[in-house]
Each structure stands twice: as C-alpha cells, then as structure tokens.
Write a protein that binds this ligand. Structure first.
Ligand code: NOJ
Length: 499
C-alpha cells in the first residue's frame, strides 16, 4: 500500500495528465480515434467533370507537364470522383472511426465565388458524406488541401488580402451545406507546405510563383486571418446547433540539434519556430502573434535590405486577439526529422535564409525507397508531440497524417514497421509525457498522386493500378496490419499483415 504522500503524488500526476494509470505503450485507450486520409486533388480526378472549375494544380500541370516526375497529373488520379463508394467500402473494412478528406473548392464553387455554386459538385460531397455515415464513419473535412480556384489565383491568390473574404464565404457554404453531418473541420492542411507555392517556381507546389521571403509571408498572414474568420464564423453562427470542432492541420519535421552546443540548440529551436511557430504561435500560444524571434529576425533583415517595412506583415493588436485561441484541437502531420546547425542558405531574401539554419540527416536513419526526404525517425514524433504539449498549452492533438512511401509493393513490411514504431511513440508521448493525443490518421488510404512526384511515391495502404482505366484498388499487407490495430487498439508485434 503506497504511503499517503506517494498516493497524493500519483494522483496529482494522473490529474495533470503526466501519466495514464495502467497505461502500456502498446495499447491505445478505448475511445482513441483511428482514421485514414486523402485529399481531393490527389484522389478525385474528374478535373473538369460536371461543371468543376479550374484549380491552380490543373493550370500548373496542364501548362507545365514537365513539372510532373512521371507525367501524371490529377485529371483522373484515383478516379474517386466516380469510385468513392469503393473507397468507403475499403475504409469500412479497415475499421476506421473517421475518414479525413478534403473538399475541392473549385468543384463546388468554380470561380471561388459564393454566387456561383456548382450543384453536381455539392452533390458529390453530400453523397460521399452520406455514404460514410451510412457505414458508421465520421467525415473529417479539410476545407483547403491546396486546390485554389484559378480565378482567385488570377487575383493574386493567398497574397491578396481579399482572399480572406472569399474563404469566409466558402466556409459558410460548407457549414450551411454539410455542417449538419460534418463534426470535424480543418481550415487548412499544411500551410508550411503550400506557402511554398509563392516562394519557388519549380513546380513543387502550385501556383509555382517565385517571390521568396515576401510572397510566402503574405500568404501566411492571410491564411491565418482566413482561418480565424472561419473559426469565428462557426462559433458565432453554427457551433450551437451543429456542435462540431474546427481547427487547422499543421506539419513540421522534428528538428534535432546537430550537437549539444548552445549554438546548435538555438538553431534547432529557430527551425521549430520558423517551420511550426510561424503558424502555431498566433493560434495556439498564450500571447498570440508571430513568435517574437521571427518578428525580430525578419524585421532586422528587412531593415538591412533597406525596406520601409518588414517582409513579415504586422497584425494589429485586435487581430492578434482575434486569431489567438481559434482552435478546438490541433491537427498534426508528421513524417520525418532533421538535424540542425546554424548557417545561411537559400535565396536572399527567403524564409530559409531568415531562419539561419542548415539541415542534415543522420546517414544511419533508414530512408523510404521512393521519397529521399523521408527518413524514418519515430522518436522525432514523440519529441514533436511533447514539444507542442509543453509550448502550446497542452492542446488536444489529432495526428492528421503519418505514413510511409515506397514504389507500391503489396508486401509492404517496411510500411508496417513505420506505422508500428510511430504509433508506439505516440503512446509514449501520451503515457510518459502526458500529451493529449486523441486520434491517429494514416496517410493514406490509397496510393495517390503525390503532387509533382506523381505516382513514383506511393503512400497507400491500398495499391492502385493506374495503368488500368478502372483504377482497381488492392489492399496491401499494411492494410491488414492497421485493421488489426484499429480493431484491438493494440499494436501487434509483427510485421506481416496477418489476413
Ligand atoms: C503531406 C500532404 O498533406 C499530403 O498531401 C502528402 O501527400 C503527404 N504529406 C505525403 O507527402
């Protein structure tokens, strides 16, 4: 029998979330949410079907087919526009609680304007949502997974402040149309990734406009305001009757100092601030606004460049308050880790250069056979979750993406190992560090168009044969492995998907 002091300490630890009584690192709580994810442009196809408008990825790949590594684009992709019922069947068999998918803005609003609604597009998502619910699966909807209507891009896209009004209109249409059934919303997927569409012109991300250190910060500024608008709109007009949750899905690699030197530790912190804090601090921190470190560095650099104002726009006091706290949970995408030291690299000016960091990897880390950037570092996920827990007020976290790529083998034992080791680290963050993680979402249900890498990087737990016009789907071994985990809530110690 523990002494009363020990009992008290244990109780405090449990109440503070520092540990879960009886928790083990291979078992998820009974109410833990498992899911799988996709995104409209990567799976739907039907790029101009039934009145859909042109998106920025349509325009980019049609004008620059050479940007695609294997010549594939999203014109047909996995044809989920027609085959969504098959997708839902697979999701049901996988045993997910939720399906995280995105809505294509130009499919339902061809120009992005709310006075121009495309009914067949609206119907498509109604059908998908109803099919999911009929099969006991919760829709978890991303409003923006990078496919902006080209019409809005022609006005400057995310660099024009007017986009905020258009995004709010779009969010209103979504809440009005689908909010009776959708209870999980994310405004944006991976702002860190899509702002690169305004800093480089190599086709990595549409619209592929090279204005580094300026365009990407403008886009950041406006998407943060747009996010807050959509959140407040929900709060004021929909939350009471629809009772859902609204947030944002952020991504970053974990950045580990290259050595124990003070300089490297500071550089790794800077990397976290530039990659994650830029978006998280205004929303999730106690003080709100951009991280002070970024404000200072970018303001100083801008001054030194002889500018009259900072390249990083300034929020008014009112706007800081307006954005602060606009979340019901934090969506987190994690894939990999880098080592960081200080140094200058990248275009001058650029966000990269402003951050003053140089990244490398440990050669001993295993690499995905198809994505050179994807080093397998499971402990990075735990460190990231715990860092977020400690720095941003212990938010409720849903892992909105985590996954592994290869060339499409059905016996994907490495993907199974990846899932196994990463889920174990999630549990460690929960059980040993007290983080509040309530869900885990595998990327992806299907092999799909990996943006400019086409189908050369396949992340699916189901194989998709893209040489066949019928786009047949075949579950891989990892599908059966995850099915088992999702069913039992226990991480099985095997690397073959026992069928
Ligand atoms: C992040 C993105 O959200 C998704 O679109 C992409 O396919 C995966 N990561 C894999 O790179």
């Amino acid at each position: 029998m523990p002494s009363s002091r020990l009992r008290l300490l244990l109780l405090v630890a449990v109440v503070r979330g520092a540990m879960r009584p009886g928790a083990v690192n291979n078992r998820f709580p009974d109410d833990f949410l498992f899911g799988a994810a996709s995104a409209s442009y990567q799976v739907e196809g039907g790029w101009d079907a039934d009145g859909k408008g042109e998106g920025i990825w349509d325009r980019m790949f049609h004008e620059h087919p050479e940007f695609s590594r294997d010549g594939q684009n999203g014109d047909v992709a996995d044809d989920s526009y027609h085959l969504y019922k098959e997708d839902v069947k697979l999701l049901k068999e996988l045993g997910v609680n939720h399906y995280r998918f995105s809505i294509s803005w130009p499919r339902i609003m061809p120009t992005g304007e709310a006075n121009n609604i495309n009914q067949p597009g609206i119907d498509y998502y109604n059908n998908l949502i109803n099919e999911l619910l009929d099969n006991g699966i919760q829709p978890m909807v991303t409003m923006y997974h990078w496919d902006l209507p080209q019409w809005l891009q022609d006005l400057g896209g995310w660099t024009n402040p007017i986009i905020v009004d258009y995004f709010e209109d779009y969010a209103r249409v979504l809440y009005e149309t689908y909010g009776d059934r959708v209870k999980w919303w994310s405004t944006f997927n991976e702002p860190k990734s899509f702002i690169m569409g305004y800093s480089r012109d190599d086709g990595l991300i549409a619209p592929s406009i090279k204005k580094p250190g300026v365009g990407d910060y403008l886009a950041t500024h406006h998407l943060l305001i747009a996010h807050a608008r959509a959140y407040h709109l929900y709060d004021e007009q929909y939350r009471a009757k629809q009772q859902g949750k609204v947030s944002i899905a952020l991504n970053t690699d974990w950045h580990e100092p290259l050595t124990n030197s003070t300089e490297d530790i500071a550089a790794a912190d800077r990397a976290m601030q530039f990659d994650f804090g830029l978006f998280a601090h205004p929303i999730f921190s106690t003080e709100g606004d951009y991280p002070p470190l970024l404000r200072e560095r970018i303001d100083n650099n801008s001054k030194a460049e002889g500018r009259t104002r900072s390249r990083l726009p300034v929020f008014s006091k009112e706007m800081v308050e307006y954005i602060r706290g606009t979340y019901d949970f934090l969506g987190l995408n994690y894939y990999s880790t880098t080592l960081v030291t200080s140094g200058l690299t990248g275009d001058n000016p650029s966000r990269e250069r402003d951050s003053g960091i140089i990244e490398s990897v440990d050669p001993s880390w295993p690499t995905s056979p198809s994505s050179t950037w994807l080093k397998v570092v499971p402990w990075g996920l735990r460190k990231l979750i715990t860092w977020i827990h400690q720095n941003y007020n212990a938010p409720t976290i849903v892992i909105t993406e985590n996954g592994y790529s290869d060339h499409g083998t059905l016996e994907d034992t490495e993907r199974i190992s990846y899932y196994k080791s990463h889920m174990t680290e999630v549990l460690k963050a929960m059980n040993e560090d007290g983080a509040h993680v309530i869900g885990y979402t595998a990327w992806s249900i299907l092999d799909n168009l990996e943006w400019n890498s086409g189908y050369t990087e396949r992340f699916g737990v189901c194989y998709v044969n893209i040489s066949d016009p019928a786009r047949p789907r075949t579950p891989k071994a990892s599908f059966y492995y995850l099915k088992n985990v999702f069913q039992t809530h226990e991480i099985q110690d095997t690397t073959d998907g026992s069928r």
